[in-house]
Design a protein around this ligand. Structure first.
Ligand SMILES: [Zn+2]
Length: 353
């Protein structure tokens, strides 16, 4: 009891609201998606297995595990951190439906923010679904918003959002409190966005993830387009991967995580866990201020196939660079990752069931 009192006293003095406030998050069933596990999937579970206070909330989401026969490193992929960045979501779904693992383990969360995927982005409205042609016919995949739904967050937006990390120097609009990629490491009983972030951090730790990826998209004219952002501890591995990619004809830029822009996956995953942490950005024609007339799938310059191919090629290149430095027991070998040009030519649907 004495320890507990001391703890509460320290909490009151330090005022750590993110960790001790218990936000009442609306309950509800998580959104269900048409994802058809492929030959590599050995188990599925919910993210709430790692963070019980996410259970029965719209932020809970499916976790797909692809376990190889040979032991090796565990790799984690998040798609759908932002529900309107569909190349990231579809690249993650291709891994679930098409990839196999020979050595090590792959864990995929295609809809990291499963609340955002059910909303329409007020700034860049899109269709509720995109439609892709696959071997089994036309299939629909949800198209969502950048942020957690306001009515599911459990708290109103603050006037401004400041990350609780003392090193943070960014002052953001209050809506960014609902941006999963500003919320890490999150809080067990916080807002819905903080609970999702906390769940992913818990997964990374519990599963001893060695390499972690967060798949995003940016505006075609954005500085971030065709970018890899890497935690400083794995910057050299990222640079080696980009060198290999350039030889394959894909030029990606490289940036290191900021010390003072906090709450982002590549920064907080890499700092708080043993995982190397990477974020990818492909350019999306729909990430513009006026989305009228934009073809979300078959844009002539930036078709979804090219962007998904780019995500998967960069993923494969980073894993190859990681393997070169890893001891044999800690390597990973994935099978059936299609090359960028192959995805571009065949279309994303060719790699879905
Ligand atoms: Zn994003």
């Amino acid at each position: 009891m004495r320890v507990r009192h001391a703890f509460l006293f320290a909490a009151a003095v330090l005022s750590l609201p993110a960790f001790f406030a218990q936000v009442a998050v609306p309950s509800g069933a998580p959104a269900v998606h048409d994802i058809r596990p492929g030959p590599g999937v050995t188990a599925t579970k919910m993210l709430s297995a790692y963070a019980p206070r996410l259970a029965n909330t719209p932020g809970d989401t499916t976790v797909y595990v692809l376990e190889g026969q040979e032991p090796g490193a565990t790799v984690f992929v998040a798609g759908g951190t932002h529900g309107n960045e569909i190349a990231g979501i579809m690249a993650a779904i291709v891994l679930v439906e098409h990839a196999r693992v020979r050595k090590g383990r792959l864990i995929v969360v295609p809809h990291a923010n499963n609340s955002a995927i059910t909303d329409v982005d007020p700034e860049r409205p899109g269709p509720p679904f995109i439609t892709l042609t696959t071997a089994s016919g036309e299939r629909r995949f949800r198209y969502g918003s950048r942020r957690t739904r306001l009515d599911q967050q459990g708290a109103p937006d603050p006037k401004i959002y400041r990350h609780p990390n003392p090193k943070a120097d960014e002052t953001l609009p209050g809506t960014e409190a609902r941006n999963l990629n500003r919320a890490y490491p999150g809080a067990a009983g916080g807002t819905l966005t903080e609970r999702m972030a906390f769940g992913i951090m818990q997964l990374l730790t519990a599963e001893q993830v060695s390499v972690a990826f967060d798949f995003h998209e940016a505006g075609p004219e954005s500085r971030l387009a065709w970018m890899v952002v890497a935690n400083p501890k794995n910057l050299a591995t990222a640079a080696a991967a980009l060198f290999d990619l350039e030889a394959q004809g894909l030029v990606m830029k490289l940036e290191r995580s900021s010390e003072t822009f906090r709450g982002l996956s590549h920064r907080e995953w890499g700092d708080a866990t043993k995982a190397q942490a990477y974020l990818f950005e492909t350019p999306s024609p729909s990430m513009v201020n006026d989305t009228t007339g934009v073809d979300f799938v078959n844009d002539p310059k930036l078709p979804l196939s090219k962007r998904v191919g780019g995500q998967l090629a960069t993923f494969a290149a980073v894993l190859e660079a990681y393997n070169r430095d890893a001891p044999p027991a800690s390597r990973v070998a994935l099978l059936d990752l299609p090359a960028m040009t192959v995805v571009e030519k065949a279309g994303v649907g060719a790699f879905l069931r």
